[in-house]
Design a protein around this ligand. Structure first.
Ligand SMILES: Cc1ncc(COP(=O)(O)O)c(C=O)c1O
Length: 484
């Protein structure tokens, strides 16, 4: 296909040129009614592009025109059967993957390292999750990926499961043994669904890990906005295999997503796809070069360790994404959290910190001079006297699933201080950040390991998403009257 085209962008531009008199949504009427302060910042063109389904444009959930063409070009570039543009992030794609493959009461095997959107999709679908515990890199204190052995063992005990949902790479760019994981799911007749939120850039440079698309997953969802130069909320859902009912996916997306998709978002997806097709290789070559420059410079500094491709072990880590900079600050006597504050105070904003590390993303927008600025700040960090090492505590194994997440969500809840919840059943999703992975899901029995992990992470300065934090106390939602 002609990847130099951007049909959606072209159609919107053509429409704007017609200077139609607007009597339609959105309420700013192509910027005329927009607040002056915002018009000054965003410019007239921004509002011109914020169109709705006007004549000559298309419907996201009934794509027959320019959106269909733009999605077909994306599918051609990513070498998949069909691509859906997502305007509600990867979260919507994860929900649709689950809805389209698992019905109420059916089992889905998921990594315990899944993002909260997986639990959300399971709540919506009514499926029953079976969790597989991920491996852990003790050196850096980072949860990595499922091992093929652990996945197969769980599958053997749950042969009636419909699908396996694998999340890889992790935030830090560690990709699991995706080929083996997909092959195992297929060996037992299950769908292999992959949350590749952190891998939308993989196809555009041979130095990146290969996408799960390449290894034959049935469906793959990618947060375009996480690594590609597009707007927040824009993602891609790919159907890779013939086994997937594309119509069921389309209908699921129509249920989940907004019926007023932003043409600004979709235009970005269209134009960024063209950019990647025409210039992706050289743009990413430059970004990788900058990341390597950073690795070289930082590894020369005393007190820092930086993750590189030596992290690959062929089991829970089979490939490494070079644009992720994980810098370990333990030897300096800092926790990752404290080091992030130090960086912020010195004008450096990063992606995240955990107890032992800080994580920085290099994108095609970064310059070598950004690395020089970073290195200058790193040089300034004085070694703290403390010999105390912050270590990530072991991630607790999933508690017993007493009710399906959907059933649990339909029950009443009450709020309890976390120390009083052992043996009770969680109503909500509770995800300490870091690692940003749900420790509690609706319907899961709360055990002492989960309680202690949540309390420890809170004490060490983590945020407990889905809990109510009040001074030194943490409250969670549990099923009312709900002992298992
Ligand atoms: C692994 C993973 N999956 C899914 C998501 C959800 O993506 P989005 O924010 O695009 O909805 C995230 C977001 O951080 C993620 O890290």
């Amino acid at each position: 296909m002609d990847q130099s085209r951007a049909p959606l962008y072209e159609a919107v531009k053509k429409y704007i040129k017609k200077e139609m008199v607007p009597f339609h949504m959105p309420g700013h009427s192509q910027g005329r009614g927009a607040p002056v302060s915002l018009k000054r910042i965003f410019g007239k063109e921004f509002f011109d592009f914020d169109l709705t389904e006007v004549s000559g444009l298309d419907y996201l959930h009934h794509a027959r025109g320019v959106i269909k063409e733009a999605e077909a070009l994306a599918a051609d570039l990513y070498k998949v059967k069909r691509t859906f543009f997502l305007v509600n992030g990867t979260t919507a794609g994860v929900h649709a993957m689950i809805l389209a493959t698992c019905k109420e009461g059916e089992k889905i095997i998921v990594g315990r390292n899944s993002h909260r959107s997986v639990i959300g999709g399971i709540i919506v679908s009514g499926a029953n999750p079976v969790f597989v515990h991920p491996a852990f890199n003790e050196d850096y204190g980072i949860i990595t990926n499922l091992t093929p052995e652990d996945l197969e063992e769980t599958i053997k005990k749950n042969r009636d499961a419909k699908a396996v949902l694998i999340t890889t790479p992790n935030y830090y760019g560690f990709q699991g043994n995706i080929k083996k994981l997909i092959d195992i799911a297929h060996k037992y007749g299950m769908y292999a669904l992959v949350d590749e939120a952190h891998g939308a850039h993989f196809p555009f440079n041979e130095k990146f890990p290969k996408s799960a698309i390449y290894y034959g997953a049935d469906m793959v969802v990618q947060s375009a906005h996480k690594t590609l130069p597009t707007l927040t909320q824009t993602s891609l859902l790919h159907i890779v295999s013939d086994k997937i009912n594309a119509d069921a996916v389309e209908q699921s997306l129509a249920v989940i997503e907004t019926s007023s998709p932003s043409y600004i978002f979709m235009t970005f997806l269209d134009v960024v796809r063209r950019e990647m097709a025409l210039h992706g290789k050289e743009l990413w070559d430059r970004a990788i070069e900058i990341a390597e420059y950073a690795r070289e410079k930082i590894s020369e500094l005393p007190g820092y360790r930086i993750v590189d491709e030596n992290i690959v072990n062929g089991n829970d880590i089979s490939a490494f994404d070079p644009i992720k900079l994980t810098i370990n600050v333990e030897d300096l006597g800092f926790s990752g959290f404290a080091f992030e504050s130090f960086l912020n105070k010195n004008g450096i904003e990063i992606e995240l910190s955990d107890l032992q590390n800080v994580l920085l993303f290099i994108t095609i927008g970064n310059r070598k001079s950004d690395i020089d600025s970073l290195v200058k700040v790193l040089e300034k960090a004085e070694k703290k006297k403390t010999k105390k090492r912050e270590k990530m505590p072991p991630f607790p194994v999933a508690g017993k699933q007493v009710f399906s997440p959907n059933d649990a969500f339909n029950m009443d809840y009450e709020i309890k201080e976390i120390s009083e919840t052992e043996g009770l059943v969680s109503w909500g999703i509770v995800a300490p950040y870091p690692p940003g992975i749900p420790i509690l899901a609706p319907g899961m029995e709360i055990d002492s390991d989960a309680i202690s992990f949540i309390k420890t992470m809170y004490k060490k300065g983590g945020m407990i998403q889905g809990a109510i934090e009040d001074g030194n106390k943490i409250y969670v939602r549990v099923i009312r009257g709900g002992r298992k």
